[in-house]
Design a protein around this ligand. Sequence first.
Ligand code: NDP
Length: 275
Amino acid sequence: MKKFAVFGNPIEQSLSPTIHQMFAEQCEEVISYEKILAPVDGFVEKASSFLAQPEVVGCNVTMPFKLDAFNMANIDDQAAQDAQAANTLMKCPDGSIKGFNTDGVGLVNDLLNNNVQLENKRVLLIGAGGAARGVISPLLEASVAQLIITNRTLEKAQQISAAVSNSNLDVVALDDIAAIKPHIIINSTAASLHQELPCHMSEALLDECEVVYDMVYKNSPTVFMQEAHKYGVKKRLDGLGMLVEQAAAAFSIWTGKQPKTNAIVNKVRELINNQ
Ligand code: NDP
């Protein structure tokens, strides 16, 4: 049996074991996949001893350990390199550990599954934490016309922009975002977890907006999605599809098999709605 786990703190809420068991069933793999709570300053030790077990193939890593995971692994993956964060670790035959970041491909695949065209669009990305860092390169590679980052703490957005250094990437202060007239707005902040808006929502900001995307997922629309609805934005997506797609990309790295995700997104949605 192939063994996997997800490490985080907190971790109890994680849907990853459920999602990966669904992938395994679909792809005829027999796996075990557990949730492991690591102490905030004890991830590397805990993950290393897990990965040393002979049956273990790899693990996922969530908040707040993606930077630690990046630092403990060999990184060939460009997305992880650009994000300076890893959410997927894999053990190589010689025992060394490789790190990947599948958050960005997860977001882009979910947008494509929902018929959101990225090419030539002006995209506003709100937030400058680990999730934002993970999606910047994949969004730029999807040929967006312009990617503009904003964040409550603007310096963090400026640091990301300086590190990535791409002529299609800009930084704008939260007070100035209405002038951008974005076609797509992606909320990569944790604001929705606290029932807060990440920015001031207005007619001026949203009058050309076709899609809003909130990386947070809940059993009802987030405040960000509700507010976009008020201003007439037709397509409003939450991060559940991204969660499943980033997991599918990790499963594919580990097993070489690409699970089909549509039905699984629906099943996980049902689980959340019944919580
Ligand atoms: P980080 O802690 O690294 O960053 C948090 C970000 O949210 C920062 O930009 C922070 O701003 C901002 N923020 C937090 N609270 C507020 C608020 N009340 N108002 C405005 N901005 C706020 O977290 P991550 O980037 O790793 O994760 C962010 C969110 O994305 C989480 O809610 C997580 O659940 C979700 N996520 C979803 C995924 C999915 O698959 N659907 C994958 C990864 C993450 P500041 O810098 O000013 O503090």
